[in-house]
Design a protein around this ligand. Structure first.
Ligand code: ADP
Ligand code: MG
Ligand code: ZN
Length: 624
């Protein structure tokens, strides 16, 4: 069993915009409202008519007005009982006289000075301003507070939207973060293909002169942590052009329209600084197949995708921008993305092989102080299935452990510790087994190791341990000597017996009634292997060389993986019986081998109990 903890590798981020722009926008909106508001109020409440001064005088004398008010250069006379209703709006009828620029009322030349005594002179400065503006100001402040509260509620979502059209792409510092091909270990074929792109970015003219068309979009496909991002950056580094990077997942859960405008920004920025590379990581997040599907709501994704396609289609021969995308799910990508002129070139990035792993380890040892006698080759051979990032992690973990022990240099021992920690999870000191459990675990593990050792088609035993790590009480590691691409039926059968070695040992040494739950994981794995042998690999001719498991259909319209298969109930019964038969045979074989080697088993288990761990060399010593 192997568990590889994935550690999140952080990519440098350029800090987000501070979001001052939206506040400015809010401010302007509020200001406009503030300016319009009094206007609205005036027209809503009054019906004004401009009249001559003597008309006012006459009306005043006839007692038409309830009030005459001097407001700046205006005399405003309000009719008494003059509410007029116009289209449902109640208005007060007023007469307005624009006064000549005279200060005192007596200077106005009124024929009837008594008017003056009835006139209110409004202090036109502060008080009127405040009484007029106060409601507006309150409204303004309220609006602002509410807006801020709303934005706060929308939280992260708003944070993204706050920068509105800004592409938020990360632009790597060309010199500081420079990555070159030599920083990417292995991946020779990938580099070879990408070298052409580098050539083009370095000297676009050469290609254009001869009429060559350079691919616009390059898709890097491969499992996570295999160095896709690293490769893309290396292309930028080698060609010495800016690298604009954005992740597809950033577009999801954004306001509709923001993604598209961000893409537009991104491409226009890139064109400005061309030649350049646009890197869209996790492109599957936006480029998923568009289908009838349930739950619309993918508008944003679709608009973003469309915008990318539009931009790429809009490239002409003078656009020296190359778009690189990365995904670990090329199968789910929309066909529209893969059409000529778009991401028409696909480069597969694989998990590193033995030699690659050794190189990757060395690359990650470069910037650390590592003892010269560290055996990277054997380390590489025991890290089958590790990705580039896992290996980087391993070296980093080793450095961390060394530093914790105040060591100046990373030794082989610390690297081994880091390896074990990564593979099996942290050594759990708190998980203490009682003597009985320890004994059962030791016999169980030796059961795996012994059966594995005695059968010809299994991988060598690397280590047997009863030190609890992660979730497992004990562990027996079998490590392949080389990467295996094909597995034979014989190997599967030996593996099945080996998996049952643990349970078989429990039965042989403690009795049928004292077998434990410790074998559940082994049984699960064994059952899976047996079913695959029968249903997928056609290894049993009496059942048939047919695929009963169905093709693997990844992601139906509900986004759920399903297996389609059609065969009769009768076949189903036959398959079930076959699987049981295979597993019973494997178990019987394990029992037979252990019973035959009871003495040896007992001896190894006793040693294991004492030492807690038995190395490959020690284990092989029992069989010398
Ligand atoms: P991906 O984009 O495929 O998920 P990354 O490029 O982000 O993977 O790789 C993560 C890290 O793993 C890199 O930053 C690097 O440290 C390490 N790594 C992966 N592949 C390689 C490699 N071939 N050579 C050196 N380091 C690698
Ligand atoms: Mg990546
Ligand atoms: Zn087991």
């Amino acid at each position: 069993m192997r568990k590889i903890p994935k550690t999140n590798i952080k990519t440098p981020k350029i800090p987000k915009g501070k979001g001052t722009k939206p506040f400015a926008i809010l401010f302007i909106i509020a200001l406009i409202i503030a300016l319009i508001a009094p206007q609205i109020r005036n027209t809503a409440q009054f019906s004004d008519e401009e009249i001559a001064l003597n008309t006012l005088e006459n009306r005043f004398l006839s007692g038409s007005y309830s009030e005459v008010l001097i407001d700046g250069n205006k005399a405003i006379a309000t009719w008494s009982g003059s509410e007029v209703s116009e289209a449902g709006v109640t208005k007060t009828r007023r007469d307005i006289v624009i006064l000549p620029k005279n200060d005192s009322l007596t200077d106005l030349g009124l024929k009837h000075p008594e008017i003056a005594t009835n006139v209110l002179v409004k202090d036109n400065t502060s008080s009127e301003f405040w009484s007029d503006m106060l409601p507006t100001i309150i409204a303004f402040v309220l609006f602002f507070i509410i807006a801020i509260i709303l934005i706060g509620r929308m939280g992260g979502m708003a944070n993204n939207a706050m920068t509105f059209g800004k592409s938020r792409a990360r632009l790597y510092d060309k010199d500081k973060d420079k990555v070159l091909f030599k920083d990417v270990a292995g991946a020779d074929e990938e580099k070879e293909e990408l070298a052409e792109v580098v050539q083009f970015l370095k000297n676009p003219k050469k290609f254009k002169d001869i009429g060559a068309k350079i691919p616009r979009g390059i898709l890097l496909v491969g499992p996570p942590w295999t160095g896709k991002t690293l490769l893309a950056r290396a292309v930028a580094g080698e060609s010495d052009v800016p690298f604009l990077s954005i992740s597809g997942s950033e577009f999801v859960e954004m306001f509709v329209g923001v993604g598209a405008s961000r893409v537009r920004d991104l491409f226009s920025n890139a064109k400005k600084i061309a030649p350049a590379i646009i890197f869209i990581d996790e492109i599957d997040a936006i480029g998923k197949k568009r289908g009838p599907g349930l739950g619309g709501g993918h508008d944003e994704r679709e608009q973003t995708l469309n915008q990318i396609l539009t931009e790429m289609d809009g490239f002409d021969n003078d656009t020296n921008v190359i778009v690189m995308g990365a995904t670990n799910r090329a199968d789910v990508l929309d066909k529209a993305l893969l059409r000529p002129g778009r991401f028409d070139r696909k480069i597969t990035v694989n998990l590193p092989n033995l030699q690659d792993r050794e190189e990757i380890l060395q690359i990650h040892a470069r910037n650390k102080k590592v003892e010269s006698d560290v055996d990277f080759h054997s380390l590489a051979s025991s890290t089958v299935g590790f990705s580039g990032a896992d290996l980087g992690n391993l070296m980093n973990e080793a450095a961390i452990i060394s530093a914790r022990y105040d060591e100046k240099i990373v030794s082989q021992k610390r690297i081994s510790e880091a390896f074990e920690r990564l593979v099996m999870g942290l050594r759990k000191k708190s998980l203490i087994m009682n003597e009985e459990e320890k004994k059962i675990t030791a016999y169980h593990e030796v059961g795996h190791a012994l059966v594995g050792k005695l059968l010809p088609n299994t991988d060598p035993v690397h280590k047997v341990s009863i030190i609890s790590r992660g979730g497992a009480l004990g562990v027996t590691w079998f490590l392949p000597e080389r990467d295996r691409l094909l597995t034979s039926k014989a190997k599967y059968l030996d593996e099945l017996a080996t998996l049952y070695g643990g349970r078989a040992a429990e039965e042989v040494f403690f009795g049928k009634d004292f077998i434990t739950t410790g074998a559940s994981n082994d049984i699960e794995k064994a059952t899976h292997i047996a079913r695959e042998m029968v249903m997928r690999y056609g290894m049993y001719e009496d059942i048939g060389r047919e695929n009963y498991a169905g093709e693997r259909v990844s992601g139906n319209h509900l986004g759920v993986s399903e297996e389609k298969s059609s065969f009769s109930d009768e076949t189903m019964k036959k398959i079930d019986a076959k699987v049981t038969e295979i597993l019973n045979a494997a178990y019987a074989l394990a029992i037979k081998l252990i019973t035959k080697n009871k003495k040896l088993h007992e001896q190894i288990a006793t040693d294991l109990l004492a030492k807690e761990e038995i190395s490959k060399e020690e284990f092989d010593g029992y069989f010398a």
